[in-house]
Ligand binder design. Structure first.
Ligand code: ZN
Length: 80
């Protein structure tokens, strides 16, 4: 995996944290403990749609751009 992909991932991760009010990555562990839907973000550049999906979602459908590009924040953070 290249550095470019990694930085894009962390940028998206930061976006979700800001949008959902998570101050640190540690706050994401609360989502792991709770058996609920968790925030997912579209990985398409410039789309940035955020929805609640399954916590292990890696290719969810994005209603913003129509791609299977929604990735759960827990997957993004490498927690799953
Ligand atoms: Zn999208």
């Amino acid at each position: 995996m290249s550095d470019i992909v990694l930085s894009a991932k962390s940028a998206k991760l930061m976006m979700v944290c800001e949008a959902e009010g998570f101050a640190t990555i540690d706050d994401l562990f609360v989502l792991l403990a709770a058996d609920n839907l968790c925030p997912a973000i579209c990985m398409t550049e410039g789309c940035d749609r955020i929805e609640r999906l399954e916590s292990d979602q890696e290719e969810g459908y994005c209603e913003g751009c129509g791609g299977n590009t929604m990735v759960s924040v827990l997957v993004l953070a490498g927690l799953i």
